[in-house]
Design a protein around this ligand. Structure first.
Ligand SMILES: [Zn+2]
Length: 172
């Protein structure tokens, strides 16, 4: 059952609060594997460290056999990937708990639109936000801005993760 996809519509929330989904992981901790070239692994690594530093959620390196998130790249530029920088697919149980996530950074679009290393890290931080249950924010400073390129993780983004994992699954 597909319960979430990266380009999630806006939910009703305060202007500066970062919205989140009814879905969450059982714990504020997931395992991941990164597939990609050295540069892409570095981008994902920087985004993971940034989120882990917030203390609200922990991304832990898994193994090829046992992991919950797959962090990868795609050279696609057309169809659902047209002018997208990144995309996240979340899968879960009917009870609202996530079971798996897949993130793709769209490297050819990065090149076309001249994304810097840190622009790419910000996109990875945004997609990891979706992986935890965050949705798009209208706050111009949020990493969850729909077309985010320049923002890192904001205080409102950290607060949203904190609240998401203090509230039961299914509650907003
Ligand atoms: Zn998004």
């Amino acid at each position: 059952m597909l319960v979430g996809i990266g380009f999630t519509p806006m939910t009703n929330a305060g202007a500066s609060a970062t919205p989140f989904a009814r879905n969450r992981w059982p714990r504020a901790r997931v395992t991941y594997v990164i597939q990609g070239a050295h540069y892409d692994r570095s981008v994902y690594g920087a985004a993971i460290r940034a989120w882990n530093r917030t203390g609200q959620f922990k991304f832990v390196a898994g193994t090829r056999a046992h992991h919950q998130l797959t962090l990868t790249t795609s050279k696609a530029t057309t169809g659902e990937y047209y002018q997208l920088a990144g995309i996240t697919f979340m899968t879960g149980y009917n009870n609202g708990y996530y079971t798996q996530g897949l993130v793709k950074l769209l490297t050819r679009n990065f090149w076309t639109y001249r994304y810097s290393y840190w622009d790419e890290v910000h996109v990875a931080e945004h997609e990891l936000g979706h992986c935890m249950g965050l949705q798009h924010s209208t706050d111009r400073r949020s990493v969850m801005l729909a077309d985010n390129r320049y923002n890192g993780i904001s205080r409102a983004d950290i607060a949203a993760v904190r609240l998401r994992y203090r509230l039961p699954v299914g509650e907003l």
